[in-house]
Design a protein around this ligand. Structure first.
Ligand code: SF4
Length: 454
């Protein structure tokens, strides 16, 4: 549903049926990273994958700065930089690409999957990387699997890079009729191991037939997909991947996303019911982790309760996070910005949108900043480009991208997730206290603050 927020009555804001949730659609200037950013966490997850971006110096620069320290290790990503003659169509870019790939494979026998990643420049000159991937797969058959997806920043946001990558993996996966439960989304290994243990100890994995994760840690472990595959999404931005799985006959298990105690429990219960598992065994399995998570949360809830939260459209995690912050941490959510809204993927989350919050899909950054300044929330979750100017204007911010880089799923991370929101508020209080002390006390020798810590 779209429409003006001005038309939305208070009564409408408090209804819980998804169809009634006020959503305003905006378009205009956007402030987000492009899909290449996903390579930073995808290359860590898929241990024998290599990501070859076919792009410009800007793409190479973005990757290096996003990946930071990792440039010191033998990297598993690189940029084939297109020269002016490629862009002008004077050189055969395919021939050069073949040469670069041959050299790379010779030097790096550890590569099991090679992703050719499209970018704005490769899209602009309409370089057909899909066909290039097919050609190279045939050429290097038995040695490496070559796949392709686009991380282009044209009209996409940074988590769509992972979605495009996993969609390609699904489309390239082998068929199977074996019954299985698949967990979809790149999770840090430690989180994957925790969820695997819960699904195994509760009997859900056995009831499902088997348990697989996509992406797998190695090319050889990539699961086959078929009509007896039931799948749970672990990330709320995997819309194209969900459609690709359904296209292969797999069955989506709708669930809340596993953020916080409520989200993780609902996610496991959905899996349990879908495979005919035993809810009592599940309840016994999760009792201790739930208690641990509640104890960890209790530590941060006092600092968060009643604080007003505003989420700019960025990571696509905004709606599930708003639910967690309101339900389990007592925050008052005002605006939830989302780059785009897929009502199927988020169907159950939309039923739990916090009261008083409204959703804005898309972005017109100037209009959004005007509303933000009028509201003056206690905490704003936003992209890196907006965080510093907003901090300079006295607003407290949290970098959205950190929520994607940090392990935040599941019971054991519930406290860490709350802390990510509590920390900038604590920093703000300390700085405000410092300012107050400065105006009332004599000058001191203190010269540093914790400004840099998000
Ligand atoms: Fe920039 Fe596009 Fe390259 Fe991303 S893909 S770094 S938006 S040129």
């Amino acid at each position: 549903m779209s429409g003006s927020l001005d038309d939305v009555s208070d009564d409408t804001l408090t209804r819980r049926r998804p169809i009634d949730i006020p959503v305003r659609t905006e378009s205009g200037q956007r402030e987000v990273f492009c899909g290449l950013t996903g390579i930073v966490w995808l290359h860590r997850k898929m241990q024998d994958a290599f990501f070859l971006v076919v792009g410009s110096r800007t793409c190479a620069h973005l990757l290096q700065s996003a990946a930071g320290v990792m440039i010191f290790a033998e990297p598993r990503f690189a940029t084939a930089i297109m020269q002016e003659k490629d862009l002008a169509g004077l050189a055969d870019a395919n021939e050069e690409l073949d040469r670069i790939v041959a050299r790379l494979l010779e030097r790096r026998p550890d590569i099991g999957t090679l992703f050719l990643v499209g970018s704005c420049p490769s899209e602009v000159i309409k370089l057909d990387l899909g066909r290039a991937a097919e050609r190279l797969s045939e050429k290097h058959v038995g040695r490496v699997r070559v796949l392709n997806y686009s991380g282009s920043g044209i009209e996409t946001t940074f988590t769509e890079g992972e979605d495009a990558c996993l969609e390609t993996l699904v489309k390239g996966s082998a068929p199977t009729d074996a019954p299985q439960l698949a967990v979809i989304g790149a999770l840090p290994d430690v989180v994957e191991d925790q969820l695997r243990r819960l699904l195994e100890d509760s009997g859900i994995a056995a009831a499902a037939g088997s348990l697989v994760f996509l992406p797998a840690r190695t090319a050889a472990a990539t699961p086959a997909i078929g009509p007896s595959t039931r799948f749970l999404l672990a990330q709320p931005f995997l819309n194209a991947t969900r459609r690709a799985l359904v296209g292969r006959g797999a069955q989506h298990v709708p669930a809340l996303f596993p953020f916080g105690v409520n989200g993780t429990t609902a996610w496991l219960e959905a899996a349990c019911d879908a495979v005919g598992g035993d809810r009592d065994v599940l309840a016994a399995t999760i009792a201790a982790p739930v208690a641990r998570a509640r104890r960890a949360l209790a530590h941060y809830v006092p600092a968060l309760t009643g604080k007003r939260l505003w989420l700019m459209p960025d990571s696509q995690l905004e709606i599930p996070l708003a639910r967690f912050m309101a339900e389990e941490c007592g925050m008052r959510v005002t605006e939830i910005g989302v780059p785009y809204l897929d009502r199927k993927t988020l169907a159950l989350e939309l039923e739990r949108v916090p009261e008083g919050a409204h959703i804005v899909e898309g972005q017109d950054v100037d209009a959004q900043l005007d509303r933000l300044h009028a509201e003056k929330p206690d905490l704003t979750v936003c992209g890196l480009g907006l965080a510093n100017p907003l901090e300079a204007q006295g607003l407290t911010t949290k970098w959205a991208i950190e929520l994607v880089f940090t392990p935040v799923h599941g019971y054991e991370q519930a406290g860490d997730l709350a802390e990510l929101f509590a920390r900038p508020l604590g920093r703000h209080d300390r700085l405000t206290g410092l300012d107050a002390a400065r105006t009332t006390a004599r000058p001191t020798t203190m010269s540093t603050t914790s400004m840099g810590q998000h």
